[in-house]
Design a protein around this ligand. Structure first.
Ligand SMILES: NC(=O)C1=CN([C@@H]2O[C@H](COP(=O)(O)OP(=O)(O)OC[C@H]3O[C@@H](n4cnc5c(N)ncnc54)[C@H](O)[C@@H]3O)[C@@H](O)[C@H]2O)[C@@H](O)CC1
Ligand SMILES: [K+]
Length: 494
């Protein structure tokens, strides 16, 4: 991966603009295509030295052009190569036509291909230019190849995957490996696209990094580079109050476990002090389970208001097991000027009356992070959730703008977005992280990071990453409890 662009995500539209900028700056576009196609042939030889035949499926645009270059390069090595074209290859234009001419044989029609054992398919039907659902003429081949188990190496994207959204446009190849150029696209990381790309290789075809960076938005893969400059906030040498006092608000006596999980995760993730704020009727059950986490009786808004006079309480988690309703709304509205993680029932409580919440966050300017999964997102942001034109990234960005909060839109492809539009897509979470109580643990880690003074976006993004790492350490049999035990130190953290 390119160092200067290592975490940048570029949309297909931005990439098209980069191509134009590159041409304008005097870079020969055919030389870029030659680099792209040659990289694909190199990947094919490296990954499939035992292939009996490379079958290159070429489409009507520049993705097909990359395919012809790859076919010619593979043929030059003496490998057996066959090319099948979608549509009339004689109609290709520009660089793609030039690339077609570089391959000595006339391509056969796409529907003449039937997968054979020993084939390796190079999918160069559609890439960034896929503008609508995959055409009928390509359906049978894609279905047959997917059913055959023949390995597929995708050029830029598996054909049928939308590079902006990761959605499947009708149907798509399921690739074992994808070679893309200069930077990853959202469709490589968002589901279901991510699951169909196989391993992702990002190849530098020679466009100056500056040209890519100039067009890229504030969209990244969630890696430590996104937030490591803020890890100083987690310095273990400080007094326990300076390491932050996190308060987790607990619900009634029958649903206390979720809040205790958040509290335990917050302590493990480095908050100096963690207090569970519990109603009187749940004090006994909480006291029976807590040791290092402290307990405080808070029954109503008046009790919370008195407690909030203590400014050393510097972050709050409200939602896990809290219960949906007026009490949650009243409490949350009192916390909008502080650092707050709003999760689960805390989010669902604002299904009605969300404007009051959003206005309060805007007016009080607190560091507010909301952590909806898909169902909670649809409850709080039904208009955004139903907009089929938007990608998951764009939905999270729209919700952040509307609510004035940092949004952690959870799932296998969790997106963290700030009101400014800044966003990161998380990629380190193993599938077994989707276990009961996992979200409570995440809320606690975010709370710990906020308590230690990290800004909301960085607190959330680093917590999502740390939660993913904990999942990897905990392994397939992870439970919420083992997940807490598996939270590892971040650099600079105790
Ligand atoms: N990004 C870059 O810097 C470079 C990109 N290159 C390649 O160029 C590709 C993009 O090329 P294009 O913009 O020509 O796009 P594509 O080759 O992905 O596809 C565009 C063509 O397919 C047609 N089309 C789109 N959707 C269709 C559908 N559903 N049914 C039927 N026809 C459809 C379009 O009308 C157009 O003719 C990239 O994916 C990459 O492989 C490389 O050649 C090197 C440089
Ligand atoms: K492709």
């Amino acid at each position: 991966m390119l160092q200067a662009l290592s975490n940048v995500l570029v949309t297909p539209a931005e990439m098209t603009a980069v191509d134009k900028d590159a041409a304008r700056s005097g870079i020969d576009s055919f030389s870029l295509m030659r680099s792209a196609g040659t990289a694909v042939s190199a990947a094919a030889l490296r990954l499939y030295p035992e292939a009996l035949r490379f079958v290159v499926l070429c489409g009507p645009g520049n993705n097909g052009g990359d395919g012809y270059i790859a076919a010619a390069a593979l043929a030059d090595t003496g490998a057996s190569v066959a090319v099948f074209a979608l549509g009339d290859a004689a109609m290709l234009k520009g660089d793609a036509a030039r690339a077609r001419d570089a391959f000595a044989l006339v391509p056969r029609p796409l529907d003449a291909y039937g997968p054979q054992s020993g084939d390796v398919v190079i999918d160069a039907l559609f890439g960034a230019g896929l503008a609508r659902d995959v055409p009928d003429e390509a359906r049978t081949v894609i279905e047959q190849v997917n059913a055959s188990g023949v390995p597929v190496l995708a050029v830029d994207l598996p054909s049928g995957i939308d590079g902006r959204t990761g959605e499947i446009r009708g149907l798509s190849f399921v690739a074992a490996h994808t070679v893309t150029f200069m930077a990853a696209k959202p469709g490589h990381l968002l589901m279901p696209g991510r699951a169909r790309c196989g391993t992702l290789e990002i190849f530098d075809i020679g466009i100056p990094a500056r040209l890519v960076a100039d067009r890229a938005g504030d969209l990244h893969v969630n890696t430590p580079a996104m937030w490591e400059q803020h890890l100083g906030a987690l310095d273990p040498a400080t007094h326990k109050y300076k390491r932050g006092h996190l308060a987790v608000l607990c619900g009634g006596p029958v649903s206390t476990g979720a809040a205790r999980l958040s509290a335990a995760a917050g302590l493990r993730a480095g908050a100096g002090l963690v207090t569970l704020a519990s109603p009187a009727e749940a004090l006994a059950v909480n006291a029976a389970h807590l040791t290092a986490v402290m307990l405080k009786e808070i029954n109503n808004a008046a009790g919370l208001a008195a407690w909030l006079k203590d400014r050393r309480l510097n972050a709050f988690v409200l939602g896990p097991g809290f219960g949906v309703g007026k009490k949650a709304r009243d409490f949350v509205l009192m916390l909008c000027g502080r650092a707050l993680v709003l999760d689960a029932d805390g989010i669902s409580s604002f299904r009605e009356g969300r404007e009051q919440l959003f206005d309060r966050i805007a007016a009080e300017g607190g560091e507010v992070v909301m952590t909806p999964h898909e169902g909670e997102f649809a409850r709080l942001f039904p208009d955004i959730a139903e907009d089929a034109a938007l990608s998951k990234i764009e939905k999270a960005q729209a919700a952040a703008r509307l609510s004035h909060a940092v949004i952690v839109y959870k799932g296998p492809d969790t997106v963290v977005a700030a009101p400014s539009g800044r966003a990161a897509v998380n990629v380190n979470a193993p599938p077994w992280l989707a276990t009961a109580g996992s979200g409570d643990v995440l809320a606690g880690i975010i709370g710990a990071h906020l308590a230690q003074g990290m800004p909301a976006f960085q607190a959330a993004a680093s917590a999502v990453w740390r939660h993913g790492e904990a999942g990897v350490v905990a392994g397939r049999t992870a439970t919420a409890e083992s997940l807490v035990e598996s939270i590892a130190p971040l650099r600079g953290n105790a």
